[in-house]
Design a protein around this ligand. Structure first.
Ligand code: GUN
Length: 281
């Protein structure tokens, strides 16, 4: 039977060590979470992040602002947070409304407060194999793999999806851990054949139950990053869980797999930042 890679359980397990790092700081870690508009899915994610930060005793600036905020106003807010010494991490929940150029705004966040790891400086450091802030979902997937004791070194890994948020940083982390990585996307030919070669499959495409169990090599490890809301209200991943389960050695459930780890790694990145900014990192 496949091992379930339980992100809730791992998040709980990592809690005490994180709490003692928070307790050792001169002042609580400071996190600013900016959310534009009223997209219900984003509101749920943002609330989970704020709740977790509150439970850990972080100082927070929670900024939920109107969907028609101008780019200039958002940039002014980022500049204010960049200069606020109580803030160690700035997160702008994506996606952003159409009038905002996400690249311009994300590039304006100070790299040493970029707890999402999206700034080109942090992406560049990761690509050179000397990571500082690493995108939270990718960092969370690596923590799940580490916990499962899957041998990443020398493994063949297929990452499906080349987003800056998940696919690209995930491919870089797997490569840094000495996997041989194939980064697949919507134009990839013969995707099932490539997946069939993989010891590790990471699905981050945003299409419900896209990856079929029949594509998987027997004994593969499957990390499902997808969180797709069905019309009946149910949540499913990018992998067809029922058909994947009998073929794989380990798999992340949806919900309760990667999702909680994204939030946990945001907390870790914020504590890392606070330690560095207080000269303890
Ligand atoms: N939207 C979906 N995932 C993420 C994430 O990891 N960070 C931010 N800022 N927005 C997201």
């Amino acid at each position: 039977m496949a091992q379930l890679l339980d992100g809730r359980a791992l998040s709980c397990q990592l809690g005490p060590a994180l709490r003692s790092r928070v307790a050792a700081l001169h002042r609580p870690p400071g996190l600013a979470v900016i959310h534009l508009g009223d997209d219900p899915a984003s509101a749920i994610y943002v609330n989970s992040k704020r709740k977790r930060a509150a439970r850990l005793g972080f100082f927070q600036r929670s900024l939920t602002i109107s969907a028609d905020t101008t780019q200039a106003d958002l940039l002014a807010l980022v500049a204010d947070l960049n200069g606020d010494d109580a803030i160690d991490g700035i997160l702008i929940q994506l996606p952003l409304p159409a009038q905002i150029d996400a690249t311009t705004v994300l590039d304006a966040i100070r790299p040493d407060k970029d707890v999402d790891g999206f700034h080109p400086r942090n992406v560049g450091l990761l690509s050179q194999g000397r990571p500082r802030f690493v995108a939270c979902t990718a960092r969370g997937c690596m923590a799940l793999l580490a916990q499962s004791q899957v041998a990443v070194c020398g493994a063949s890994a297929v990452v499906i999806g080349r987003s800056n948020i998940v696919g690209r940083p995930m491919a870089m982390l797997l490569e840094k851990a000495n996997a041989t990585v194939t980064l697949c996307h919507s134009r990839t030919r013969d995707l099932p054949d490539l997946v069939a070669q993989a010891d590790i499959v990471v699905a981050a495409v945003g299409r419900p139950r896209f990856v079929q169990g029949s594509w998987l090599k027997q004994g593969a490890v499957v990390i499902d990053v997808g969180i797709n809301r069905l019309e009946d209200g149910g949540l499913v991943g990018d992998v067809d869980f029922a058909s994947a389960l009998p073929r794989c050695a380990a798999i992340t459930p949806v919900p309760g797999g990667v999702g909680p780890m994204t939030i946990t790694m945001l907390m870790h990145n914020t504590v890392d930042s606070a330690e560095r900014r207080q000269g303890r990192g």
